[in-house]
Design a protein around this ligand. Sequence first.
Ligand code: GSH
Length: 289
Amino acid sequence: MTDSTYTPPRVWTWTPGNGGRFANINRPVSGATHDAALPQGAQPLQLYSLATPNGVKVTVMLEELLELGHAGAEYDAWPIRIGDGEQFGSGFVAVNPNSKIPALLDCSGPEPIRVFESGAILMYLAEKFGALLPTAAAARAECLSWLFWQMGSAPFLGGGFGHFYAYAPFKIEYAIDRYAMETKRQLDVLDRRLAEHPYVAGDEYTVADIAIWPWYGQLVLGRLYGAAEFLQVHEYRHVLRWAQAIDARPAVRRGCVVNRLNAAENEQLPQRHSAADFVRLGLPLPATR
Ligand SMILES: N[C@@H](CCC(=O)N[C@@H](CS)C(=O)NCC(=O)O)C(=O)O
């Protein structure tokens, strides 16, 4: 076990640039650091995001809605370079006072409606279009329970395990142990559920799958933190079956490349303005086009 010689002082003070991977964007206060207007396109929905697991939830949701034929789900997607601090621009902070992607502006009505927090965005869109969220009381309760399970659980996977395993400036055995155990417990929760049901909320693909897949699905597919072997993800075979099935969905394939930066040219779509943008990448277009 790591021997720590650190004794916390009576009052915590901020040391900028503590050496962690995201030290340059972390600060103990909120609010805008600079004036910067957000770009705005012609589509009814404006998305300000990035292709991280939290961002991908929303682009997959929008692509699934378009696949279902909801033309009102057309969107312009603009990348927010969080490594460069664009989430602290005044325009972005006006849409999300919490300065985190994803953030959505619904411009389809007389006044724009802002929505932030990926879970709130998924629910907002599901209710707006009457899709991917069951309406019968029991099925809806089950779906929302798993949607909010994701919101509460993923910070232990991302901010806990991922941070200490992959991003912290040095390895702390205690922290990695604690969050590896919790991550494996969460994978086991999902595995037991998916042993009995094709999808997380039951028989239907819903916003619960859309929220959970970018984190736990991509983890078992070996796409997060280079931790597949460390966590022995192949043991969660029901999660793996579900993850592979969702990975093959055309809307998921499209959603994963939107607002993606720093990938090969043919695997990223930094901005998305219409379905035609996917042609260059050779991806399947919405079936309704
Ligand atoms: N609970 C939020 C989490 C969003 C979040 O953590 N976004 C990260 C990227 S995945 C971010 O924008 N980080 C920038 C920062 O912390 O300054 C949600 O689900 O929308």
